[in-house]
Design a protein. Structure first.
Lengths: 321, 637
């Protein structure tokens, strides 16, 4: 069956190279480098080169992996890999302007749950390490997740309703197509609160200051990651970097999906450029000017202000505006 | 062998062996186990033998007790009637009691008076199986009674444990309210329609509802609401599941509350054929949403493993009732699928809780920790169950929740009613909270630091591991191959629920349904667009390669243990900021403080409502019954 073989090869290409694992990792590490460089400049430092996160990644791969005596070995090692695979798959569902690797009718919910796996991998891995610091980190990571999930769901439903009208649309590809015909989602005035809410969700999802309560280096020594070393740590660091491209990419697809250059490579470049701008806007800048929140304040912030923004968009859209 | 006799034989066999166990097996364990295992196996085989005829060919199996067939157009005798909906639930029931019986052999062997235990167990199994297979509404009530009293006695079986008698008493009181409501409803129906056969009732009631039948309908809905532990009837569930022997808790959660769900579906869709009424839809959806929300928030506050699982049972049943109440085929498919998945993953989770209780001696989340070192397989089974109930792909919970969200949001868009948007959001948020509370259990029981007194805990014996393994396997299989589940189980069941002409004609004679004006509408099979077996195949290869790369690159090493607790090289010890290593487990009640602090006001209210006083619970139940009756009276007449 040459067609099946071809199909498998293409799927493998999508998952492994573009837009899956390789593309997501490289761009994610690039964004992490940009973030470090820009924040250094904001603080009047020179900062590391943009390639630094990649160097760190390869350096960690070569280091010894220490599995603590108290850890459950299998879960401890498997957690980062599961997180990595699920994050690599998410990119398949996000259209890069004209290009979508896999399209189904209900991608939004699949994406929502796959992103959750990224967080769950961190939680379960940290929990499996047996450290009390990780225990505190796990608790905070889970509360963070509960905090941003509510506004996140509301934003996604608002977008689906806006695109669908009287029918139900959860498909990313149709959302992208709708924007080609009707202009960027961001420029629909009823969607602006939802877009702001989404921008506020991104740093919490990635675990950036001021929402990095779960990893809080200065306080609980990176929480869930405390006992990790070597290759699993490298994979976890990579997962964080991948989340940066995935979350900014999701924003780009949902709210700025009108761009079409006609060439896939040019689309991809433009996509990365927009993601870089978004990274600087909603992660680096916020990081540079804020201090870490407490967990209960974080929860309150997301369930009041951010949820309020997302909900007002949903209601406006529901009223047909 | 005539296939028409199989359902009644399956039920009779269980009841018969219930007595045989007491007579021959009260002294000798081997006889007792032999009778039980033979009975549940043969009974399960009889039900499985119905699959080709009912689920694949779409036939309806019927049996008249004593060959009392209808006289002059009225059904007089008790009829057993198995359509795809009945068989769907019957399959869940036989799977549950078979696995529970196997688990019981090892789990219960240190208890006394096991003859009584197996008698009650088989009575319970037989009654639930009878309930889902019968075609006679009064026979259904009889089965509900047997089920309730067997459950009450099983709850109190370990009457030495704290709370066992209390749990049983609450179950008895609230359960009796449910049974009485059902009985009152059935009596009204009989007075109005002069028949107890559900097929005939369906034909008669399809002509419209009179005030009397609406009253009967409201009472029966409330009655089955009690049996499925809908909020606010949920209170005895937590108390009884937590104290019953775990093998019985699994049966309660896997099939006893499914019996309530089955009754609800049978009544609203088939007997009363009223699911077109938007008021009834909203009633069920609101109660379902309340149930899932209250269940999960209460579960977050628990610090007892089995009690936490009990609240999750309530919460997941809320999903089912909500989905069923949407009144669409998509919702029904999602609801039935979730009911099936709940049986699988909740059964699995209860069994792991039982393993922890049996091996470590407690299920208090504040007194456990680090068991994954001593029980690695149980930990893996637990993680599979937790992932499934939290809806993490590719496990089965994800597939069914996915359909439910689709159904709820489609309903919102179609009806333009904002209520259904809230319901969809609630479903998604409840799913995250479910995840949170299972993270809590994972951290508190299986990970973290091992207590000294649990240093020598062992894996449970093989007969306890086998059911857990099978259920974990089924959880993953149902998630990976859900299009097959849909084609061979869900679609026939949904079709049988919506199109009842076969069901009526088989019992009452051809043409009876047409004469009563009941017609069939073909049901579209639900499409799963993101399913692609090859994609999954490639994915597995990728996961495998990725895992191999990490292991190759990592060359993970861990320290040798020299003696008790001391490790060869300090680099393998847990980091304590240079302080002395102490026992410092973070788990149980310590977790999610940031969440609970923000929800203080809500929990204060919940605390008041769950006072533990049975009078308060009864009041809540009575008020809810009043609400259901009034709402249905206003909107359905």
């Amino acid at each position: 069956m040459p067609e099946t073989a071809q199909y498998i090869l293409w799927t493998a290409f999508y998952i492994l190279i573009f837009p899956g694992a390789l593309f997501t990792s490289v761009v994610g590490l690039f964004l992490a480098g940009v973030d470090r460089k820009v924040i250094a400049h904001m603080q009047r430092r020179i900062g590391p080169p943009i390639r630094q996160p990649m160097y760190d990644f390869f350096k960690l791969l070569g280091k010894e992996t220490i599995i603590p005596h108290a850890a459950n070995k299998f879960v401890f090692l498997a957690a980062p890999v599961i997180g990595f695979v699920s994050l690599a798959i998410i990119m398949l569902f996000i259209p890069i302007f004209g290009f979508t690797a896999v399209s189904g009718s209900a991608d939004l919910i699949v994406i929502l749950y796959l992103i959750t796996i990224g967080g769950v991998a961190l939680i379960v891995g940290g929990s499996a390490s047996g450290s009390p610091y990780a225990g505190i980190g796990v608790s905070r990571e889970m509360v963070t997740m509960m905090s941003y999930e509510l506004p996140f769901v509301l934003v996604l439903l608002a977008v689906a309703r806006k695109v669908g009208g009287s029918t139900l649309v959860f498909s990313m590809e149709q959302i992208s197509q709708w924007q080609v015909e009707n202009g960027h989602m961001l420029f629909q005035w009823s969607m602006i609160p939802a877009a702001i809410a989404f921008l506020l969700i991104i740093p919490a999802e990635v675990g950036m200051q001021p929402f990095d309560v779960a990893e809080a280096e200065t306080e609980i020594c990176e929480g869930p990651l405390i006992e990790y070393s070597g290759a699993p740590l490298a994979v976890f660091k990579l997962n964080t970097a991948m989340k940066m491209i995935i979350m900014t990419g999701l924003f780009t697809s949902l709210f700025l999906g009108q761009f079409r250059t006609g060439y896939y490579w040019a689309d991809a470049l433009l996509f990365v450029a927009i993601c870089t701008v978004l990274t600087i806007l909603c992660m680096t800048t916020v990081h540079a000017v804020t201090a870490r929140l407490k967990i209960e304040h974080l929860f309150k912030f997301y369930w009041t202000i951010v949820t309020g923004l997302a909900l007002s968009s949903l209601i406006l859209v529901w009223l047909g505006l | 062998m005539n296939i028409q006799n199989f359902p009644v034989l399956a039920v009779m066999l269980l009841f018969l062996s219930a007595f045989l166990v007491e007579i021959f097996g009260s002294k000798i364990a081997a006889i007792r186990n032999f009778i039980t295992i033979v009975a549940v196996t043969v009974s399960a085989a009889l039900i499985f033998a119905l699959i080709p005829a009912v689920l694949i060919k779409g036939e309806v199996i019927s049996y008249w007790m004593g060959n009392w067939e209808p006289v002059a157009g009225y059904a007089i005798g008790i009829g057993y009637e198995v359509d795809a909906l009945s068989l769907f639930f019957a399959l869940l029931v036989v799977c549950t009691f078979w696995l529970s019986a196997v688990y019981s052999i090892s789990y219960m062997k240190d208890d006394h008076h096991l003859g009584h235990y197996y008698t009650l167990f088989l009575m319970l199994s037989g009654s639930v199986l009878g309930l889902v297979l019968t075609g006679d509404i009064f026979n259904m009530f009889v089965m509900i009674e047997i089920m309730t009293f067997a459950s009450v006695a099983l709850t109190a079986f370990r009457n030495g444990t704290e709370g066992a008698l209390e749990g049983a008493f609450k179950y008895l009181v609230i359960g009796s309210i449910g049974s009485s409501l059902n009985l009152a409803g059935i009596a009204l129906l009989y007075a109005e329609c002069h028949t107890l056969n559900m097929a005939q009732l369906s034909a008669i009631l399809s002509g419209g509802l009179s005030p009397t039948t609406v009253m009967a309908f409201a009472l029966i809905v409330a009655g089955f609401g009690v049996k499925s532990y809908m909020v606010p009837f949920h209170t005895p569930a937590a108390d009884s599941y937590a104290v019953a022997p775990t093998a019985a808790s699994m049966v309660f959660s896997g099939m006893v509350n499914k019996a309530g769900v089955y009754g609800m579906i049978r009544m609203v869709y088939i007997v009363f054929r009223a699911m077109d009424a938007s008021a009834l839809q909203m009633l069920l959806v609101i109660f379902g949403t309340l149930t899932m929300f209250v269940g999960v928030t209460m579960a977050l506050a628990q610090h007892e493993f089995k009690r936490l699982l009990a609240y999750h049972s309530i919460s997941q049943i809320g999903y089912v009732i909500m989905a069923v109440g949407l009144g669409s085929t998509l919702g029904l498919t999602g609801g039935l699928f979730h009911a099936m998945n709940h049986t699988l993953f909740k059964g699995l989770l209860f069994l792991t809780a039982g393993a922890v209780l049996k091996q470590a001696g407690t299920t208090n989340l504040d007194a456990l920790g680090g068991l994954s070192k001593r029980m690695p397989r149980t930990t893996l089974y637990f993680l599979a169950g937790a992932a499934a109930i939290s809806g993490i792909p590719p496990f089965n919970g994800f597939a069914s929740k996915w359909i439910i969200y689709q159904a709820a949001y489609t309903k919102a868009v179609e009806s333009g009613n904002f209520l259904y948007v809230i319901v969809t959001v609630a479903g998604l948020i409840v799913s995250v909270m479910t995840l949170a509370s299972f993270i809590k259990v994972t951290q508190a029981v299986f990970f973290g630091q091992l207590r000294e007194e649990h240093a020598h805990v062992q894996e449970p014996p093989f007969l306890m591991r086998l059911p857990m393994f099978l259920m974990a396997l089924l959880c993953s299989a149902a998630g990976l191959f859900y299009p097959l589940v849909n084609r061979y189980l869900l679609h026939p069941a949904v079709d049988a629920t919506v199109n009842v002409t076969n069901y009526i004609d088989k019992m009452m004679g051809d043409g009876y349904a047409a004469a009563a004006g009941v017609t069939n509408i073909p049901v579209q099979e639900v499409q799963f667009s993101f399913w692609d077996p090859l994609l999954w195949l490639v994915l597995f290869v990728v996961v495998f390669v990725a895992a191999a790369v990490v292991i190759m690159a990592g060359k993970g090493s861990r320290g040798r243990v020299l003696e008790e607790g001391a490790v060869a090289d300090p680099k393998y010890a847990t980091f304590f900021s240079g302080e002395q290593e102490l026992y410092s487990q973070v788990g149980g009640s310590d977790l999610f403080w940031g969440f609970k602090k923000n929800w203080k006001a809500y929990y204060r209210v919940m605390d008041k409502l769950h006072s533990g006083i049975v009078t308060d619970y009864t009041n809540m139940a009575v008020i809810a019954v009043g609400v259901i009756v009034i709402v249905m009276f206003i909107f359905l007449i």
